[in-house]
Design a protein around this ligand. Sequence first.
Ligand code: NAD
Ligand code: ZN
Ligand code: ZN
Length: 381
Amino acid sequence: MNTQGKPVTSLAAVAYEAGKPLSLEEITVDVPKAHEVRIQIKKTAICHTDAYTLSGADPEGSFPCILGHEGAGIVESVGEGVTNVKPGDHVVALYTAECGKCKFCRSGKTNLCGAVRATQGKGVMPDGTSRFKNKNGEPLLHFMGCSTFSEYTVVADVSVVAVDPTAPLESACLLGCGVTTGYGAAVKTADVQKGDTVAIFGAGTVGLSVAQGAKARGASQIILIDINDSKKKYMNEFGATAYINPTKDLKEDETIVSKLIEMTGGGLDFTFDCTGNVKVMRDALESCHKGWGVSVVIGVAASGQEISTRPFQLVTGRIWKGSAFGGIKGRSEMGGLVKDYQKGSLKVDEFITNRRPFVEIDEGFRDLHTGDSLRTVLTFN
Ligand SMILES: NC(=O)c1ccc[n+]([C@@H]2O[C@H](COP(=O)([O-])OP(=O)(O)OC[C@H]3O[C@@H](n4cnc5c(N)ncnc54)[C@H](O)[C@@H]3O)[C@@H](O)[C@H]2O)c1
Ligand SMILES: [Zn+2]
Ligand SMILES: [Zn+2]
């Protein structure tokens, strides 16, 4: 059936209100306008950030909306002026756009892009309107420029990249957020070098992918810190050399900071927060080596939270920085990541702990909070 140029009916999970269950329903997805791409999503995973926005903790979350930002599918049709993808292409949606022309893109210093930032934050397409409406004709907002919890979605052309069609879409979708974020934070943002010592707070998909990046660079120690022991079984697979559960593995007079400083003879070369907890962010900074240790904030903290430390920590040479999407430029660097995955040097499938049909999305959200689960991939059929 040729759907090009016509609105399409699509199964979607609509988030009507923060803290309320998702509503599975048929929505209408409009025709892509100029510089827009309509994608038939085949696979989407659930990231912690979707759960965070759905919970209401995200001050910028607007409802009703269609969540989801780790997704891959096939281009169904394109609007006028789209040249980077064509119908039939296998693609990954990008919440960090890359236009190549704005001040950010031209700077060579960041992967952030200003092209669609303002409208993306408001949940609309660059022309200020939505392509989604429900049965009553009410518009539904977009999310992170992706909205992959819908069988069909519309994204800006700067927010999508074509990938090798021989790569499975269920693997490609994970490169749309968690795996790339952690791996990039290690190899790009931190630029870990051979022999460096690394500590990672939070052994979820993001943290374990930091570990695989550090391992790829030849780090000498890769210490995972997590309050959940059921993640320990992943440590060898992703290259960690030690695992500490601070709620039970510390002696009475020890703190996680003193323990890490002792284990590394003075502190870490690099630490990463992959929890979103601001107290953990402080511990991560303070366990860095005096003079040069770098701590990278990746976790997204709840609304209103602030970080703190004594300024002396910075005066004495520790560096605090952050990373979005691992510093990776989605359109120019995704192809390389897919190649690394295909060569076997970047683990992706190892993060898939659950597979479900899309209609089980609620159970998928529940998986996020259960024991040893990393990523749940949902399939549209
Ligand atoms: N900056 C970005 O671009 C970006 C991208 C993706 C995700 N994130 C954020 O990164 C974080 C991790 O994402 P994820 O998908 O791996 O989440 P996840 O929930 O799978 O993993 C988080 C891990 O942290 C552990 N943890 C929680 N509190 C802890 C504490 N006090 N001390 C030690 N460990 C603790 C949990 O047990 C869990 O294993 C989230 O905050 C997410 O929103 C940021
Ligand atoms: Zn994410
Ligand atoms: Zn740009």
